[in-house]
Design a protein around this ligand. Structure first.
Ligand SMILES: NC(=O)c1ccc[n+]([C@@H]2O[C@H](COP(=O)([O-])OP(=O)(O)OC[C@H]3O[C@@H](n4cnc5c(N)ncnc54)[C@H](O)[C@@H]3O)[C@@H](O)[C@H]2O)c1
Length: 121
């Protein structure tokens, strides 16, 4: 079975409460690498879900790993630059609600996704 390769940015509370546990339960999903600027959270999540590839720089994570989709789970005021960067690299993106802090950001994300043929959720 081909597994969907996930890169995950954000090792915070909601991510650990919901997304890491659900992705881990899916047989056709592999969390390949994770990233957080907080080293302690990064290591705690890595240990808990047995993920050895850990990064504090998300650009390095996407450059060094072949990924199908990037989960970006953090509060909306941190999302925009990262989401645009990931979409520019033609990777599919999963984010939580709310997707941005204003309509401009959200429309721009949608435009980049359409332009680069990315699936988004
Ligand atoms: N669906 C719902 O009902 C629901 C409920 C609660 C929260 N949420 C959403 O979940 C998200 C919050 O997730 P959380 O609770 O896991 O957030 P959090 O603030 O606990 O964690 C965010 C993590 O991202 C890291 N981070 C910030 N900038 C980074 C960067 N540039 N590179 C790498 N890591 C970086 C932080 O160090 C932190 O560990 C929000 O979008 C919120 O709206 C949704």
């Amino acid at each position: 079975m081909k597994k969907i390769k996930v890169g995950f940015i954000g090792c915070g509370s909601f991510a650990n409460m919901v997304h890491y546990p659900s992705l881990t339960e899916m047989d056709d999903v592999e969390i390949v690498a994770i990233c957080d600027i907080d080293q302690e959270r990064l290591n705690n999540t890595g240990k808990k879900y047995n993920i050895d590839k850990r990064y504090t720089d998300y650009k390095k994570m996407v450059e060094e790993n072949e990924l199908d989709v990037v989960y970006i789970i953090m509060p909306p005021h941190h999302l925009y630059d990262i989401v645009i960067e990931i979409l520019k690299r033609k990777l599919n993106v999963f984010i939580e609600k709310p997707p941005g802090i204003n309509l401009f950001q959200i429309k721009n994300m949608a435009n980049f996704a359409i332009k680069n043929n990315c699936k988004t959720m």
